[in-house]
Design a protein around this ligand. Structure first.
Ligand SMILES: [Ca+2]
Ligand SMILES: [Ca+2]
Length: 345
């Protein structure tokens, strides 16, 4: 072979090299072209600024390979909608509060009727804040949540904290009714669980994560290390990250998994039974809500996991993952993003 190449006429050699190079370029262009056509065909122009167009379709909601509340995998359909690219930020929520004077649930004192046994001091406004245990010893599930007086969206971890340089962080300590009030003000709505999960999948079929099947600390703000004791910060953030710090999914949605949990309209119950082949399914009746850990308490579905979800605990930074949350409880790792259904022409 070497001899053939050596003996070859230089002109022929040049022609072969040009052909090889041309062929390579053609393959690359063809690949790029196919990638383009594989992208979801979007009509972003019709969505309000800051939102992306999600063309509806059928998909498998849920997962058989993880927690029981995600089963059974069920085929459902969602119709077209626009969705916020980012989690709602402190700056956006501040504009709403400035315009309306709205006071969030975490900023209101607890009611005497609901908490008759608490003193006035104990009924003072506050919220649940994650505080990592100081010692690495066996602790009770959930004992890392502390009721902190004065904690609310403007003071994320207590009265001695504020939003300075945090305008672009997701707003937290948002109860369901707070998210609802904001959504009405801005003319959008909370996503259904099906809309949220379809969007989170970003056009990928049945993958574990919103980016594929392999966990990566670089794809979403999660917790690396042994939760709740040790956070290696491999992804660069021990707590929340400014929105858009991690790559978008296939539909152009940032932090759809990780960073902060996101409220959905749906009332929570275990599993997806009864949704088979439905179009835009949603559980809209609170009486259908059931969380076996707290029977009798109606809760909403939250999606996407947060910066507190680690492989050894929670592991819910996946489109199919879901959790139940009391509507009146915001906490320091729950926020939201909204959708908008465009009127048909
Ligand atoms: Ca992190
Ligand atoms: Ca999120």
């Amino acid at each position: 072979m070497q001899a053939i190449v050596k003996d070859m006429n230089p002109k022929t050699k040049k022609t072969i090299l040009v052909c090889l190079f041309g062929g390579l370029v053609a393959i690359l262009l063809l690949h790029q072209g196919l990638q383009f056509f594989k992208q979801p065909q979007v009509a972003n122009a019709d969505c309000p600024e800051g939102m992306v167009w999600i063309q509806g379709g059928s998909f498998n909601i849920g997962s058989e390979g993880h927690y029981m509340e995600e089963r059974p995998v069920t085929n459902v359909t969602v119709t077209d909608f626009c969705m916020d690219k980012y989690e709602v930020t402190n700056a956006e929520f501040a504009r709403f509060v400035k315009d309306t004077g709205y006071v969030t649930v975490a900023e209101r004192p607890l009611s005497v009727e609901e908490f008759p046994n608490l003193s006035e001091g104990q009924r003072s406004p506050g919220s649940l804040v994650f505080i990592a245990p100081k010692e690495k010893k066996q602790i009770r599930e959930g004992s890392w949540w502390h009721w902190v007086l004065g904690a609310n969206w403007q003071h994320p971890t207590g009265l001695d904290t504020n939003l300075e340089n945090k305008e672009n962080y997701p707003v937290v300590h948002i109860a369901y009714e707070d998210a609802l009030a904001y959504s009405k003000w801005v003319g959008k709505s909370l996503p259904t669980e099906a809309q949220w999960e379809f969007a989170a999948r970003g056009g990928l079929k049945n993958t574990i994560f919103s980016w594929g099947n392999k966990y990566s600390a670089k794809k979403a703000n999660t917790w690396q290390g042994l939760f709740p004791f040790q956070n290696t910060e491999q992804d660069g953030y021990i707590g929340m990250a400014p929105v858009g710090s991690f790559p978008a999914n296939g539909y152009g949605l940032y932090d759809i998994t990780g960073n902060v949990w996101e409220w959905t309209q749906d009332w929570y119950r275990i599993g997806h039974q009864g949704k088979e082949d439905q179009v835009d399914p949603t559980i809209s009746n609170p009486e259908e809500s059931f969380d076996p850990r707290e029977p009798g308490a109606a809760k909403h579905v939250i999606k996407g996991g947060s910066y507190l979800c680690a492989p050894n605990y929670c592991s819910r930074y996946r489109p199919a993952a879901r959790e139940a949350q009391s509507p009146d409880t915001g906490t320091s790792h729950i926020g939201f993003r909204l959708v908008k259904i465009l009127a048909k022409n």
